[in-house]
Structures are given as C-alpha cells and as structure tokens.
Design a protein around this ligand. Structure first.
Ligand SMILES: *[C@@H]1O[C@H](CO)[C@@H](O)[C@H](O)[C@H]1NC(C)=O
Ligand SMILES: *[C@@H]1O[C@H](CO)[C@@H](O)[C@H](O)[C@H]1NC(C)=O
Ligand SMILES: *[C@@H]1O[C@H](CO)[C@@H](O)[C@H](O)[C@H]1NC(C)=O
Length: 180
C-alpha cells in the first residue's frame, strides 16, 4: 500500500514536471562596436526536445568598468509586442548588490553557466556555456507564450552590443491547480 502510494506520487510529480516547457527558441548576438566587443560564437544547440543549450562567447577588448544593460521583454502576439518590463540597470552596481528584482531573476537563470560572476572591471573572454532554462529558477508567474528578452549592453552609456534571446514558456496548469 505504502509503496503503491509512493509510486503514485512519483508519477504525479513526473507528470507535473513534464507539463511545463521553458526553453530557448532563438538567439541573436550582434556587436555595434567591434573595436571594443566581438562575438566569437553565439548559438543554440538542442540536446533533447525540451532542453536547448545556449552557448555564447564574446571578448571585451579593452577593460570596462562602466556597464549598463537595457532590458526589454517582448511577448509575441502577431509580432513581438513590448511586455511589462523595460528597464536599464547599472551592471557594475548590480554585481556588487543585486538591487533590481527583474535583473535578479534574469541573472539568477544564467549565473551558474557563466564567468560573468564577478564585479567590474571586465576584460577578455565573456562566456556562457551550456546554459538551459530551469523553470524552478523563474520565481515569477508567466502566462504561456513566446517571449523575447532583448538585452542591449552599453559601456559608458554608449551602445556596444545586443543579445536578444527568445524563449517559449508553457504554463504548468497542473501545478497551478495544486497551488490554488
Ligand atoms: C534586439 O531587439 C531589439 C528590440 O526588438 C531591437 O531593437 C534590436 O535591433 C535587436 N538586435 C538585434 C541584433 O537584432
Ligand atoms: C568603440 O570602442 C572604442 C574602444 O576600442 C572606443 O574608444 C569608442 O569610443 C567606442 N565607440 C563607441 C561609439 O562606443
Ligand atoms: C565564476 O565562474 C568561474 C568559471 O565558471 C568559476 O571557475 C568560478 O568559481 C566562479 N566564481 C564564483 C565566485 O562563482
């Protein structure tokens, strides 16, 4: 009886987990000032239907100690429409103390996959390796949809490069029912 219950719970747990999709669908990287920042590579690789890895490597050619990130979130509804968030953060300040809750969620998703895990200044290779999206780190209710997170990076307030990442999110209805 007990074993039966454990098996049942395990199956329910697995079903809940599978119901949720949170994966990359596209990535675009582009430098606007190749004498300060160049991309060596930037691509997605599918390792299974629901796990898509993002690998990115770029090089900061001269040390920088003043970095801003303009974060915009878009949701697709016949073309990407601006959705909720449009913020600019001071990355050097943020890396000392994560003062912005949205930036904190975005950074929380990729921090374990990158060497961008220290305070300013930055120079040399900036690497994001085998990064995949973990729904348990999202900590934010999100409606099902196709999204794009557009990050525009500025050094000393001058535009240097863009990293635009699209992803699919499918709400876990089962978990929602359980929670409510
Ligand atoms: C990234 O997305 C923003 C917002 O849509 C757009 O203005 C920008 O041109 C995009 N960058 C690239 C390299 O596609
Ligand atoms: C581009 O990068 C160089 C450093 O190599 C810098 O001197 C210059 O100001 C940058 N241009 C812009 C528009 O940021
Ligand atoms: C930062 O990332 C590098 C490379 O992944 C790792 O070796 C190092 O331990 C990390 N440091 C911190 C403070 O997390």
């Amino acid at each position: 009886m007990k074993l039966y219950l454990i098996c049942f719970l395990f199956i329910v747990e697995a079903t809940l987990h599978n119901a949720l999709v949170f994966k990359f669908s596209n990535v675009i990287c582009e430098s606007h000032n190749k004498s300060w920042f160049v991309f060596n590579h930037c691509r997605l690789k599918a390792v299974s239907r629901d796990r898509i890895l993002l690998n990115m490597e770029g090089t900061v050619l001269h040390p920088v100690s003043n970095v801003q990130v303009h974060i915009k979130v878009f949701k697709r509804a016949s073309g990407y429409k601006p959705w909720l968030y449009d913020i600019q953060i001071d990355a050097c300040r943020f890396l000392k103390r994560s003062y912005n809750p949205i930036a904190k969620i975005v950074y929380g998703l990729f921090r374990e996959f990158t060497n961008i895990n220290h305070t300013c200044p930055f120079v040399g290779p900036q690497i994001v390796k085998d990064f995949y999206l973990k729904p348990e780190l999202l900590l934010l209710p999100l409606p099902t949809g196709d999204y794009m997170l557009a990050l525009r990076w500025l050094f000393f307030n001058r535009i240097q490069f863009d990293t635009n990442v699209s992803f699919v999110f499918v709400e876990d209805i089962a978990t929602k029912k359980k929670v409510h």
